[in-house]
Design a protein around this ligand. Structure first.
Ligand code: PGA
Length: 232
């Protein structure tokens, strides 16, 4: 199925920023937005900061009335309970609308496996959080019912060497073909997306959004990326 608007831009801060830095980021970013508002019908902006930033950012976003949505970068496969160090989906359900699940860094560095990821999806869903299930190649299976799939070839992440829009679009097409029962699925491309190259992905047939990591860390870079995409 061909994509339909809006185009999703999902910033992933990974393990960066103090609370003070996060607040300063928002002050700058919201000032850019107020000066030149982004059309939410064309572009939907989601920010995945660290867990520690969620509460303050939620308040600031609500106060500003700017349509930016929050997501978590990971979620516990367990429900609320005696699980030291875990962030249960129910405990962040009043803060976030989305959850990244199975990012390649979680799989590689924290040994997260499919069984566990399926339970994370379940916990997200039970708590009205939309999972964004990340796969690293087009042959990986997507659990049933995931509406958002992040396609992030590992070699393109943080390398400054993005997959070309043409190849990424072909992978998106192949992923969509395999998911015939989930017609509403949206493929999000991640891997060295920048303000300069984002329009290439916007112009594709099958890619419904992008997942910039490094390019979301500076408010001016992230805002330029959004604006370039909106104007494409
Ligand atoms: P990057 O990260 O934009 O820094 O390459 C992308 C990702 O983690 O998917």
């Amino acid at each position: 199925m061909l994509k339909s608007p809006p185009f999703f831009i999902i910033g992933n801060w990974k393990s960066h920023k103090t609370i003070k830095e996060a607040v300063m980021w928002w002050q700058d970013f919201s000032a850019f937005w107020k000066k030149s508002p982004v059309n939410p019908g064309k572009i939907k902006v989601i920010l995945c900061p660290g867990f520690i930033h969620l509460t303050i950012l939620k308040s600031l976003i609500t106060l500003s009335k700017i349509p930016v949505f929050l997501g978590v970068q990971d979620i516990s496969p367990f429900k609320e309970g005696a699980f030291t160090g875990e962030i249960a989906a129910s405990t962040v359900s009043d803060l976030v609308s989305y959850a990244l699940i199975g990012h390649s860094e979680r799989r590689k560095l924290f040994a997260e496996k499919r069984g566990e990821l399926v339970r994370e999806i379940e916990q997200a869903r039970i708590n009205n959080i939309q999972p964004i299930y990340c796969v690293q190649n087009e042959d990986m299976l997507i659990p049933h019912g995931c509406q958002f799939v992040g396609y992030e070839p590992v070699w393109a992440i943080g390398s400054g060497k993005p997959e070309t829009p043409e190849n990424a679009d072909q992978a998106a097409k192949n992923l969509l073909k395999k998911q015939e029962q989930d017609k509403q699925i949206k493929i999000i491309y991640g891997g060295s997306v920048t303000p300069e190259n984002v329009t290439g992905y916007r112009m594709t047939k099958y890619i419904s959004g992008v997942l910039p990591g490094g390019a979301s860390l500076k408010p001016d870079t992230f805002f330029n990326l959004i604006k370039n995409c909106e104007n494409a």
